[in-house]
Design a protein around this ligand. Structure first.
Ligand SMILES: *Cc1c(COP(=O)(O)O)cnc(C)c1O
Length: 431
């Protein structure tokens, strides 16, 4: 059954982030249905979704509360243009997200995927300065950062694997070193480097964009909140916007609702997507301040308004999934109950440190990572671990030499055992 579906697939579909020739030897896995943390294929095999289907799923697949909300919405309004028109799910969602973020954040702009949210924040920031009579065509970001793969988002990222080929096509950005680890000392060293860049170039820079506390696609690299605190202070001092790309870290992943909360700061822009709809539908938002909003607000003048849109901007079905997701956060005290789970993950993580081929382990909230000692990338150790996991019924998808855990929050302690014991055996059996 699986084989037949796979050959149909390979006849037509070009898969994301994939060397398609790999599928001559690596079988695709057709999924028939999913429930909770389990993915089910057509031959009766199940896999625990330990990567939350690329970091989007929060409360399990086919969640009854989200299902019900989307079903209800689909009979009323599936979509409507958001220019000149509006609808309740968009308004309710915007109001609730503004209420969830700190007081200076007052406005919300809709887009429909993470990269687009990043594009929106970059364009808004540049345009803000332009509307205020200043031209600042440069962006600053962290080394090892990832902000998506459209041209603008790719330009402010710093993962060679995705970026290098397209270098000649990119917009202008420079990188400042990310703290080397989670210590406060490395945060201070990196802040000194940041200050130096601002001393030389602040006048040219619209915004400093970063992934707060956890660099996801850059190998689950983590740093201390002190860096965020210091970066906010410097951006304020040098009058540069701070964009918090919380596309992966948002909605409880980092242990708090938003990662920037752990530094007690307020960014100028917050980009959200991934977990926003509980992993159901594509949607993203950019939240910003009244100050930014007001810089665009004037009698019609085609140069001053923010003339940016996407066809599915603020889709009602996606907004209703997001509203159901926020309901679950409220009614089930999710951030608090995740603490027990992340504590348990921390405990289980310790035994990995004793493995001879493990370089380091790290964790922030509901994200944990085990970094292997420098295997040659050509050995594709991650692929071996991926295969091992599938045999044991666990979907692990290492990033190079980094094996990570980012499960739906509904995972049980027993399922955490299965996932982490499988990863442990997979790493132990490498040679
Ligand atoms: C996934 C991700 C993006 C891009 O989102 P897409 O929806 O995949 O375009 C941007 N920034 C971060 C931090 C991400 O993890």
């Amino acid at each position: 059954m699986n084989d037949e579906i796979v050959s149909q697939d390979l006849q037509y579909i070009w898969h994301p982030c994939t060397q398609m020739k790999d599928h001559e030897t690596l079988p695709l896995i057709p999924i028939k249905s999913a429930k909770g943390v389990y993915l089910h294929d057509f031959e009766g095999n199940s896999y625990i979704d330990a990567v939350s289907s690329w970091w989007v799923n929060l409360f399990g697949h086919s969640n009854p509360k989200i299902n019900a909300r989307v079903k209800e919405q689909i009979d009323n309004l599936e979509h409507v243009i958001l220019a000149g028109f509006t609808h309740k799910p968009a308004i309710d969602l915007a109001a609730r997200l503004v209420a969830l973020t700190p007081e200076p954040i007052q406005k919300l702009f809709f887009a429909d995927n993470g990269s687009s949210a990043v594009e929106v924040s970059l364009k808004m920031s540049y345009h803000y300065f332009l509307n205020n009579g200043r031209k600042r065509p440069l962006f600053l970001s962290l080394t090892n950062s990832y902000h998506g793969e459209t041209i603008g988002a790719l330009s402010v990222g710093d993962v060679d694997l995705y970026k290098k080929i397209y270098e000649p096509l990119l917009i202008r950005s420079i990188q400042t070193p990310v703290p080397t680890d989670q210590s406060i000392e490395s945060a201070k060293v990196a802040l000194a480097a940041l200050e130096k860049i601002f001393e030389e170039k602040a006048e040219e820079i619209s915004a400093f964009i970063l992934e707060p506390l956890i660099q996801g696609a850059g190998g689950m690299h983590m740093y201390h909140p002190e860096y965020l605190r210091g970066a906010r202070e410097l951006t304020q001092h040098y009058d540069v916007h701070l964009i918090a790309d919380e596309i992966m870290t948002g909605f409880g992943r980092s242990g708090t609702m938003f990662a920037f909360e752990q530094a007690g700061i307020v960014p100028d822009f917050i980009c959200l997507s991934k977990g926003l709809t509980g992993g159901y539908l594509p949607l993203s938002v950019v939240l910003t301040t009244d100050d930014v909003y007001r810089a665009f607000y004037c009698d019609y003048n085609e140069h001053k308004a923010f003339l940016h849109s996407h066809s599915y901007t603020g889709n009602p079905l996606a907004c209703s999934a997001a509203l159901a997701t926020l309901d679950i956060f409220e009614s089930e005290n999710v951030i608090e109950s995740n603490r027990a789970k992340s504590g348990y993950i921390a405990q289980k993580l310790q035994i990995f440190e004793e493995l001879p081929n493990v370089k380091s382990v790290r964790q922030t909230g509901m994200v944990a990572a085990v970094e292997l000692k420098g295997y040659d990338p050509a050995l594709r150790m991650g692929l071996k671990i991926y295969r091992y996991g599938l045999e044991k019924g666990v979907l692990l998808r290492p990033l190079g030499n980094v094996v990570y855990f980012m499960p739906p929050y509904t995972i049980t302690f027993e399922e955490i055992d299965t996932v982490m014991d499988t990863a442990y055996e997979a790493i132990r059996s490498l040679d």
